[in-house]
Design a protein around this ligand. Structure first.
Ligand code: APR
Ligand code: PHB
Length: 400
């Protein structure tokens, strides 16, 4: 049994998801020390299957953090994606429409693994299975974090607390209710996802608007596919056999897709709800929220991880500026800078979701609106460019 301890660090990071780990790495590169507290085990964190499309800004951050090597080797560069509606496919040539920008298909699990390994190799402290984490005095210049490990209470004294603890974390929940505004929209359907070791049905991603509901053909590698189906929120995962999944996917695809689809046993299958959620502000004295702790997007367009990465970029720059230049300008503008970018990605993800899904409350006229909008967007260079520009991700300093 260890005794209660008090440790000092510059930044206490709560949560070892991609946000917390990336922040830890960027701070380490700048010579700032941090301790990460994570409630789960490392294996549990790596077991969560999430999206896998990285924007250029996120790719650059992985490089800046010194963890981009495997991503460049194994990640797949995509210069376009397809949209299928009315039984016909249309390609969005992102690369041509954005003056040469691409995205990288590389799973969030891999991003997390690379960051975890780099942290371990550098000997940086992460406390897994840290229980009852609580945050204190973040309205002062001497915040503290308490947690329990193996039944023993520990205290961390720090300069800043980074709340990277996801949607269900303790940090946002610790802010006085009258200091925070939350905006939320919950969608009336979920995404049933299936991962399989089968070659992807197409080289590029296919977003499908079909009368039976949305579908997405994604991938993790040349031999691993990730597919999604829009399903009612009342569906239970036990009811969906692999065979039923493949059958429904076939019905939502076009002839070419049905012909080329290679099926196989699932290695993961789950239903995720869809939500748009934003907290304002993201800074409370010496506490900062980053990633899913501050905002959630529906997965259409894969903006979640990318937004988390850019929050972390703004936050690490602000903290580095504070310690190196004794300037509070970065921490003072953190919330506003992040939110400006967040709302644009929220807007895009909401719009793309509305364009591609069947909403139970909508009648046939809305399907006609969607069809007309898709017909317009995909046959107009301005329309297609707008989709492409948002999909590859707006520049970090957009509008500044
Ligand atoms: N104490 C310690 N750790 C906690 C606590 C707590 N009270 N609450 C939550 N955590 C941990 C979770 O176990 C999780 O590992 O915080 C981590 C948060 O990680 P994520 O949920 O992955 O959030 P984030 O790092 O911001 O990553 C955002 O994940 O959900 C996707 O679409 C999202 O891709 C985006 C990315
Ligand atoms: C995924 O591969 O999991 C994925 C890809 C693109 C999306 C959402 C999810 O828009």
């Amino acid at each position: 049994m260890t005794n209660p301890s008090t440790t000092r660090t510059q930044v206490a990071i709560i949560g070892a998801g991609p946000s917390g780990l990336l922040l830890g790495q960027l701070l380490h590169k700048a010579g700032i020390d941090a301790i990460i507290l994570e409630r789960q085990t490392g294996e549990y964190v790596l077991g969560r299957i999430r999206a896998g499309v990285l924007e250029q800004v996120c790719i650059d951050l992985m490089d800046e953090a010194g963890v981009g090597e495997r991503m460049h080797k194994e990640g797949l560069v995509h210069g376009g994606f397809e949209m299928l509606y009315h039984g016909k496919r249309h390609r969005i040539d992102m690369n041509a429409l954005t003056g040469g920008k691409n995205v990288m298909v590389y799973g969030q699990t891999e991003v997390t693994r690379d960051l975890m390994e780099a942290r371990e190799a550098a000997g940086l402290p992460t406390v897994y299975e840290a229980h009852n984490v609580s945050i204190h005095d973040f309205d002062s210049t001497r915040p503290r974090v308490k947690y329990e490990k193996d039944g023993v209470e520990h205290t961390i004294e720090c300069d800043f607390i980074a709340g990277c603890d996801g949607f269900h974390g303790v940090c946002r929940a610790s802010v006085p209710r009258n200091a925070i505004t939350e905006y939320e929209k919950v969608y009336p359907f979920g995404w049933l996802g299936l991962l399989s070791d089968t070659p992807p049905v197409s080289d590029e991603l296919i977003y499908v608007n079909s009368p039976r509901g949305f579908a997405l053909c994604s991938q993790r590698s040349k031999t691993r596919s990730r597919y999604y189906l829009q399903v009612p929120l009342t569906d239970r995962i036990e009811e969906w056999t692999d065979e039923a999944f493949w059958q429904e996917l076939r019905l939502r695809l076009d002839d070419e897709g049905r012909e080329k689809l290679v099926t196989g046993p699932s290695i993961e299958k789950s239903i995720a709800p869809l939500r748009s959620f934003v907290t304002e502000p993201l800074r409370f004295g010496r506490l900062f929220l980053a990633g899913d702790a501050g905002h959630i997007v529906p997965p259409t367009g894969a903006k979640g991880l990318n937004l988390a990465a850019t929050d972390v970029k703004y936050l690490s720059s602000a903290i580095i500026e504070f310690f190196d230049e004794k300037s509070e300008a970065g921490i003072d503008s953190y919330s506003q800078r992040c939110l400006r970018r967040i709302w644009k990605a929220e807007r895009f993800s909401w719009w793309f979701t509305a364009l591609m899904h069947r909403f139970p409350e909508d009648g046939p006229i809305v399907s006609k609106f969607q069809e007309a909008e898709l017909d317009y967007l995909l046959n107009s260079e301005a329309g297609s460019r707008s989709i492409a520009e948002n999909y590859v991700g707006l520049p970090l300093n957009f509008g500044e």
